[in-house]
Design a protein around this ligand. Sequence first.
Ligand SMILES: Cc1ncc(COP(=O)(O)O)c(C=O)c1O
Length: 393
Amino acid sequence: MPHLAPHIETVPVSGIRHIFEMSTKLDGILSLVIGEPDVAVAPHIAEAAKRAWDADATNYTPNGGITPLRRAIVDKLARENDLHVDIERVWVTVGATQALYQAMTLTLAAGDEALVPDPGYTTFTMGVRMLDARPIPYSLTPERGFLPSIEELERLVTDRTRVLIVNSPSNPLGAVFPEEVLRELLEFARRHDLWIISDEVYEYFTYGEKHVSIASLDDEHRVFTAFSLSKTYAMTGIRVGYLVTPPALATTMRAVQEATISCVNTPAQFAAIAAITGDHSPVAAAKAHYRENLVAATALLDARGIRYLKPTGAFYLWIDVSHVSAGDVADWAEEFLLTERVALAPGSAFGRSGEGWVRASLATTLEVVTEGLGRIPAPGDSVAALGETLVGA
Ligand SMILES: Cc1ncc(COP(=O)(O)O)c(C=O)c1O
């Protein structure tokens, strides 16, 4: 039998999936494990997809997406992100997942290195490994308010480094990088002539801190930005996102889109136009729902003396369980699932810095959030505060 490409076996399996799959085989589970909106897709979005099907809009589209959708995205980028781009810089993709992968395909060759956040979304590491490149984790830890340290990045950068991956608002942390941090990251990328791949799929869900697109601060055209409709409009399974590239890459992008997907599902593209240009009150309602869960969840953790990072974005809560996890949070999360019937994502699934932490998704009902978090054992009465972004006894 022929053998697989050796580097494919280095693509890591997701530790979140493991808990999720275990949880689906058990009864009576309170699930806080999956990052998926619990609200329904808005009727006007579903109607647009149905109309496309009925009109037999089922043929291939241009590689970059249908023109009205790309135009709607260009307008949205100017309005919401202060990004002023022409249509040839906007590429409709199969969710942000493919947008990220496409950006990595354009910038990483085998043996190159990409700086990835730790803890960070698992697909960053997986995508880099798929290309036989090396993910180099940079840490986001409580000691530094969960923000990147330029000093650490300077230590990690080598002559093989090509890419810095940035994710704000962040999964799993819920942290939003302030503008001055984004400027420092751009300056760092400039010093070492790196590309930046910015994942902004949670752009609409911020609480207090303003979301800034790093590409809007970039006058050197070194930023690729991955956006998604998945979380904003609760349409994760419809699979529409988009990549905004630096200028003059249209010919290359056309070729790589052709080689990978040809184009995105046509009725889904019509649904995307309705989502982007239509009524946004369902987005506001979803945001209010996540915020309500966040307020209740943090009040409960405060009352019980359990520490967590106060999130300013996304819909996750990053919770310190080091008082019970005994140095192996993956093991603890499995045990907790079996004994307490609550599914949480072990922090170590997002990188080494996540050891001792869990991620709880707040995109579920208030009852599941409060009941599930209420089952996490409280620590003793002697936990030291680590900094002002951390809340807890
Ligand atoms: C940070 C981040 N980026 C990208 C994605 C993938 O989103 P999409 O459904 O658009 O592929 C997710 C999904 O959980 C995510 O959390």
